[in-house]
Design a protein around this ligand. Structure first.
Ligand SMILES: [Zn+2]
Length: 212
């Protein structure tokens, strides 16, 4: 399985989490078994809960983490954006509405802090940033307002963090867009910076002028 924390593959062995009586608790809905496994890569514990009825597994849910991370978060992403993003991922299975609201708030912070857009409403801020983005990303960011049907739900634009009804796929799309923006704003520049530094080291060793 893939570790839900770091998304690396590993062979899992589940151990039972039991109370001192060594029995899994039972109620009229079934027997509730808690199991855990630890990822050898990131050393994090994953806990799952299984509902068994008549010896058969009826349902299974992740307890820790509540939902798999959608991608390993690179170190280059500033802390201020990570909180809303991670919470938007965590609540997605239970509440796409809440997830989309957190994603909109995160997107707005990113547009204001990183792209220094003029503070208005999210609709205008997206319009301002779209011409500054490469076309693949511009279309993706613009689609946040289209998929979210901002025209019919103006509160999504004026109060970005408000929990409002979502269109099908809107919450997932908002997270997809945030991930692509993180990559564009923070990850790729850091990768290129590292490569440029390595190149400059070679150039300087060879007695040549460094690339700026
Ligand atoms: Zn892991």
């Amino acid at each position: 399985m893939k570790c839900p924390h770091c998304l690396e593959n590993f062979r899992e062995t589940w151990s039972a989490l039991k109370d001192s009586s060594n029995d899994s608790p039972a109620d009229p809905d079934g027997t509730w078994e808690l199991g855990y496994t630890k990822c050898p890569g990131c050393n994090r514990v994953t806990v799952r809960m299984r509902q068994k009825v008549g010896g058969m597994t009826k349902s299974e849910a992740l307890v820790r983490p509540r939902a798999p991370n959608r991608m390993p978060l690179p170190a280059d992403i500033p802390e201020e954006f990570i909180g809303d993003y991670q919470e938007a991922c965590a609540v997605l299975p239970d509440s796409p509405k809440a997830s989309a609201a957190l994603s909109r708030r995160c997107l707005q912070n990113l547009l204001r802090e990183h792209f220094s857009v003029e503070h208005g409403n999210l609709h205008e801020e997206i319009a301002e940033v779209v011409p500054k983005l490469p076309s693949y990303l511009a279309a993706a960011v613009d689609a946040v307002r289209i998929i979210g049907n901002f025209a019919a739900h103006p509160m999504k634009s004026t109060n970005s963090g408000e929990v409002l009804d979502v269109e099908p796929g809107e919450a997932e799309w908002s997270l997809d867009v945030l991930e692509s923006l993180f990559d564009f704003c923070f990850v790729q520049p850091a990768v290129l910076k590292q490569k440029r530094e390595a190149l400059n080291e070679k150039l300087s060793d060879a007695g040549k002028a460094e690339m700026r």
